[in-house]
Design a protein around this ligand. Structure first.
Ligand code: FMN
Length: 368
């Protein structure tokens, strides 16, 4: 199969990458007390050695007292954690790779199974993670202003440490998405409202602050999902018109690239056309987009969390969409988590060497 269009360089502002493959952000929980270890640095460096075009870090949390529900998820603030990240980006650059951190605030969460809790209650637009599940406090105006500032500081630190771009995590039912979703945002002030554009205001303010901190020339990505982990088939934007009214304010605020999270990239976003989320986002916003979701694997990532294994699968449908220009980049999660050399195997047609994905890969940082 011809995979040439995956192996074309891509450049946008501060980003200059050798191919179109992005390592999807994947939480690993191997950073005790929020500090990325030398092993974490070695894990990312290996993916750069394996010629992944752009590495997006696992979600790394901003400087708010309850931005995380897991003591082993990395921070993107504080001297020690930032020194750990400096080590990560130095290693990736030394191996010829490019990388951006995914900056994250989880919002209102389920308590972690370890029993660890942050020092103060979780916070979100309305204390809700999903309809009927309140496990935190409703953010005040001061909380919101401080959170926006903390996103800005994290982005400024990313640039200062030498990262190539930054991704804001606006997907998967976490804080920013809790504002987007009417199921978790019951506010009646300027951060709430009946329409999606009204509930987009928090994200717009985060993006504007981040853009202010990093300047015009630094590439800024936002990750979005229509689905929620508690509602797989939910769509925030139910029509292309609603999607346009959601994305355009984000683009105007300073987003360069929309990272459109789907469980299965081949699923059409709306009836009447086979375009997926990234395809529509590019068409409607004119911005670059990243597609993702079960590329090269038979089963989706929620199945993996339930312990199901996935087998390698053909890239034919992906290449059809790439060649048609539906999206610019493609993110690959589990295959690269489980195999640092997946990109080279695809490029060289070494299909027999591709691995299945099993839950064992989640238990450690796979180095070879
Ligand atoms: C172990 C694991 C951790 C994940 N953590 C994150 C995360 O921190 N941030 C995020 O946006 N998505 C996260 N995801 C979702 C992936 O980025 C990706 O969208 C998903 O795995 C689908 O891609 P895949 O089918 O190629 O694995 C995670 C997925 C896995 C498997």
């Amino acid at each position: 199969m011809n995979t040439n269009s995956l192996f074309q360089p891509f450049a946008l502002k501060s980003l200059h990458i050798q191919n179109r493959i992005v390592m999807a952000p994947m939480t690993r929980s191997f950073s005790p007390n929020g500090v990325p270890t030398p092993d974490v640095a070695a894990y990312y460096r290996k993916r750069a050695e394996g010629e992944v075009g752009l590495i997006l870090s696992e979600g790394t949390v901003i400087d708010r007292p309850s931005s995380s529900n897991d003591v082993n998820i990395p921070h993107f603030y504080g001297e020690q954690a930032l020194a750990g990240w400096q080590n990560v980006i130095n290693g990736v650059h030394a191996a010829g790779g490019s990388m951006g951190p995914q900056i994250w605030h989880m919002g209102v969460m389920d308590n972690h199974h370890s029993g660890w809790l942050p020092p103060v209650p979780f916070e979100g637009p309305s204390g809700l993670n999903r309809p009927g599940f309140n496990n935190g406090k409703t953010m005040t105006d001061a909380d919101i202003a401080d959170t926006i500032a903390a996103f800005g500081r994290a982005a400024a630190d990313a640039k200062r440490l030498g990262f190539d771009c930054v991704e804001i995590h606006g997907a998967h039912g976490y804080l920013i998405d809790q504002f987007f979703w009417e199921g978790s945002n019951e506010r009646t002030d300027q951060y709430g409202g009946k329409t999606l554009p009204e509930r987009t205001r928090f994200a717009v303010e985060v993006i504007k602050e981040v853009r202010k901190q990093v300047g015009e020339d630094f590439a800024l990505i936002i990750r979005l999902s229509q689905f929620k982990p508690s509602a797989y088939d939910y769509k925030l934007a139910k029509t292309p018109q609603e999607m346009e009214a959601w994305l355009n304010p984000l683009a105007d605020a300073g987003i360069d690239i929309f990272h459109c999270s789907q469980r299965r990239f081949w699923e059409p976003e709306f009836e009447g056309a086979d375009l997926n989320f990234a395809g529509w986002a590019k068409k409607l916003s004119g911005k670059a987009t990243i597609s993702v979701g079960s590329v090269g694997l038979s089963g989706d990532f929620f199945g993996s969390f339930r312990g199901e294994s996935s087998e390698p699968s053909s890239l034919e449908e992906l290449m059809r969409r790439m060649d048609r220009g539906d999206f610019d980049l493609v993110a690959v999660g589990r295959p690269i988590l489980a195999d640092p050399f997946w990109v080279q195997k695809i490029r060289d047609g070494r299909n027999a060497e591709l691995r299945s994905f099993t839950k064992e890969a989640l238990g450690h940082l796979v180095m070879e």
